[in-house]
Design a binder for this molecule. Structure first.
Ligand SMILES: Cc1cc2nc3c(=O)[nH]c(=O)nc-3n(C[C@H](O)[C@H](O)[C@H](O)COP(=O)(O)OP(=O)(O)OC[C@H]3O[C@@H](n4cnc5c(N)ncnc54)[C@H](O)[C@@H]3O)c2cc1C
Length: 297
């Protein structure tokens, strides 16, 4: 019988002192070494024999990876070593980015969030990553160090498929920056899991809404969906409905249907594709209605 959990293999553990050293090592050992932050995804993959790498490169001593700071012009910067618990409890996150705190708190358990990071959640590129949607609707930009130095990637261009990103060998995500949210905004993350805590999402819906002079409706909504496509993504069709038509219960219902029509979920142990589709509609309607009540007061 095949053992589904062969156990952790023998591994080299490297904790480089500089980004240059780390990027060079990772590029020179492409396919054999990987960066890791909290290890909550990496160790499971290694235990299950999914990865064949022989070296883990710890990013937690590298410059910028412990940063968690808010600047009223630049926004929020979260380093790769910063745990979800630290993010969720930070006063500036709670004040300016409550939807991110809400999404981070929905991940697994307090114990896991003491290791798990936002950057690890993003780089793992699971369609179910709970913090990714919030970072998308907040226009997150990743600060990456590669063999040729620093460059930036907007989160909207980062994902290629399940577990696949645009990162190249040697690339290390040092941090993510989230600009200051628009005036008068409100946001929420609705997660449907099999249990109330500790499970991956069957469906996740992150919504941000704010008044703006740039749309016909006078409002803009951002809607990012998890666990219903090969990558987390924004439902631009649903967003367009809410930008074009004045916001009423019917418009919200139409946007929720557009979100449902835009998804391509699969059947898996957590839920059928059909159930997921309907829950996208229901959770989108619930989330947009909640945000509309807050921003239209
Ligand atoms: C019991 C359990 C429950 C879980 N529940 C949830 C849940 O409810 N919701 C959810 O979204 N996730 C869940 N997860 C998955 C996991 O905890 C999260 O994805 C977590 O945020 C990963 O962060 P990490 O720092 O541990 O990542 P790591 O394991 O360190 O890394 C994850 C991936 O990112 C890459 N990586 C890490 N850091 C960098 C970097 N700086 N630059 C480039 N690449 C990097 C690694 O090579 C790896 O591919 C769960 C995991 C477990 C074990």
């Amino acid at each position: 019988m095949i053992n589904p959990h062969p156990g952790l293999p023998e591994l080299e553990y490297l904790k480089p002192a500089s980004l240059e050293e780390a990027s060079k090592f990772l590029a020179d050992h492409a396919g054999e070494a990987r960066p890791f932050s909290g290890g909550t995804d990496s160790l499971v993959r290694l235990r299950d024999g999914v990865w064949k790498v022989n070296t883990l490169v710890d990013v937690k001593r590298l410059d910028g990876t412990h940063e968690l700071s808010f600047d009223p012009k630049k926004g929020l910067t979260i380093g790769a070593a910063v745990t979800m618990n630290k993010v969720a409890a930070h006063p500036d996150v709670l004040k300016h980015y409550p939807v991110l705190a809400e999404a981070a708190k929905s991940v697994a358990s307090y114990q896991l969030r003491n290791r798990a990071t936002i950057i690890g959640n993003i780089c793992n590129a699971s369609p179910a990553g709970d913090s990714i949607g919030a970072c998308m609707i907040l226009d997150g930009v990743l600060n990456v160090h590669g063999v040729n130095g620093f460059y930036a990637i907007p989160l909207s261009n980062f994902f290629l498929g399940p577990g696949k990103t645009v990162l190249k060998p040697g690339d290390i995500v040092v941090s993510i920056t989230l600009p200051v949210p628009p005036k008068g905004f409100a946001g929420t993350y609705k997660k449907l899991g099999r249990n109330t805590i500790g499970d991956l999402s069957i469906v996740g819906v992150a919504v941000l809404g704010y008044p703006t002079g740039e749309t016909k409706s006078g409002y803009r909504f951002r809607i990012a969906l998890a666990s219903v496509a090969p990558t987390p993504y924004e439902s631009l069709k649903a967003e367009a409905v809410l930008a074009e038509k004045s916001i009423t219960a019917d418009t919200i219902a139409e946007a929720a249907l557009a979100a449902m029509d835009s998804v391509t979920p699969i059947d898996d142990v957590r839920g059928s594709a059909r159930y997921r589709k309907f829950m996208v509609r229901n959770l989108t309607r619930e989330a947009v209605t909640e945000i509309w009540k807050k921003i239209s007061k």
